[in-house]
Design a protein around this ligand. Structure first.
Ligand code: DX5
Ligand code: ZN
Length: 219
């Protein structure tokens, strides 16, 4: 599968969100990554439904919504209504993960599970066949602009084997500290969706940076 690029709007300029979404529409980005933080699951608060609706109003690409919240099962329909196409919940926030995944699919979205850096990919053995996406956190969730954790490569390799063993169609997404330094190595290990926040939005030319990431990981 070709590598997909999913810029994270957490690093966008919220006073110019229409401009930044239109920039992503014009770029080679495949998905728009949307980080929702509740101040409970993670030590930061980002934004909620009105902001997602505003993004959806302008976006011409799928919204890849990453929920860093407790009890995500309470809000599945609401995220669908706000415009989510892919909905990812955290393994660590879901005691009834199987049910939550079925609810996401029943609501008409692709279902993903995110793993914190300390959570082993082996814990997905009994759910991987049901997943459309696994998001490996390559930083501790809560903030953009953090340093990439090198153990991520090892997790990607292990997850790739688990996916093959279970005939799963899940794609591997990497979230946190992605740059041109690690992108190619991540894809060689088996990743196929790269989230990038600060690397894209802090670049002098974000459209060019997205294009370069896409080219370098699709050779
Ligand atoms: C972190 C978020 C990430 C973040 C990535 O909790 O889930 O999506 O926006 O930002 P960078 O690419 O700056 O690490
Ligand atoms: Zn994210």
């Amino acid at each position: 599968m070709p590598t997909l690029i999913a810029p994270s709007v957490l690093a966008a300029d919220f006073a110019n969100i229409q401009r930044d979404i239109e920039m992503l529409n014009k770029s080679n980005a495949d998905w728009i990554h949307v980080d929702v933080m509740d101040g409970v699951f993670v030590p930061n608060i980002s934004f909620g439904f009105p902001v997602i609706e505003a993004i959806k109003k302008y976006a011409t690409k799928p919204l890849d919504v990453h929920l860093m919240i407790v009890q995500p099962e309470k809000y599945i329909e609401a995220f669908k209504k706000a415009g989510a196409d892919i909905l990812t919940v955290h393994y660590e926030a879901c005691p009834h993960l199987h049910r939550t995944i079925q609810q996401i699919k029943a609501a008409g979205m692709k279902a993903g599970v995110a793993l914190n850096p300390h959570t082993s990919v082996d814990l997905l053995d009994d759910i991987i066949a049901d997943l459309d996406l696994v998001c490996i956190m390559s930083v501790n969730p809560g903030f953009g602009g953090q340093k990439f954790i090198e153990n991520t490569y090892h997790k990607v390799t292990k997850l790739q084997l688990l996916i093959a063993k279970n005939n799963s169609k899940a794609v591997i997404e990497i979230d946190g500290g992605v740059t041109d330094v690690n992108a190619e190595k991540l894809c060689a290990a088996g990743a196929s969706v790269l989230v990038a926040g600060s690397f894209v939005f802090n670049a002098p030319n974000p459209i060019q940076t997205i294009a370069d990431l896409k080219t370098s990981t699709n050779q």
